[in-house]
Design a protein around this ligand. Structure first.
Ligand code: DQA
Length: 149
């Protein structure tokens, strides 16, 4: 199972700043992932609350998730508590941003979370979620040393 985790204001995708974030809704991004990775089980959770996101990160750990695709929204730039949660769990977390945070205001240039994530994908729109899923679904192959399909 891969957890698709989205933080504050991402429930507004489709209408919020479509110049930056595009016209796709969160539901359509999740649907696209499920279609493209039909063999993978996904769970999706969005919250505007830091604590609810932390609880879900812990739950992904206890559920033995394969990984977490995480767009933390503005908490990227502020949350020590989310950083500690990511650092505490075993499943790899990929940080994803629809917009290129490095091409925006300087307060978005710093991610408190990136150092405890396996990687960061930023600026590629919904395709970033696809690339993260592609990476996470391949990890077991690398770990077991089996050749790539
Ligand atoms: C975002 C970038 C953040 O800086 C911003 O606060 C968001 C969305 C993105 O997907 O580009 O809410 O995470």
């Amino acid at each position: 199972m891969i957890l698709i985790l989205n933080g504050p204001n991402l429930n507004l995708l489709g209408t919020r700043r479509s110049d930056l974030y595009g016209r796709e809704t969160l539901a359509s991004i999740v649907r696209m992932l499920k279609e493209r990775f039909a063999d993978t089980q996904f769970e999706s959770f969005q919250s505007n609350s830091e604590g609810a996101l932390i609880d879900r990160i812990h739950a992904a750990h206890y559920a033995g998730a394969q990984g977490v695709i995480f767009n933390p929204g503005a908490y990227t730039h502020t949350s020590v508590a989310l950083r500690d949660a990511i650092e505490a769990i075993t499943p790899p977390v990929v940080e994803v941003h629809l917009s290129n945070i490095y091409a925006r205001e300087s307060f978005r240039h710093h991610s408190l979370l990136a150092p405890v994530c396996v990687g960061q994908i930023t600026g590629l729109g919904p395709e970033g979620y696809v690339l993260a899923a592609s990476y996470l679904t391949r990890i077991p192959l690398h770990v077991t040393g089996e050749p790539d399909a």
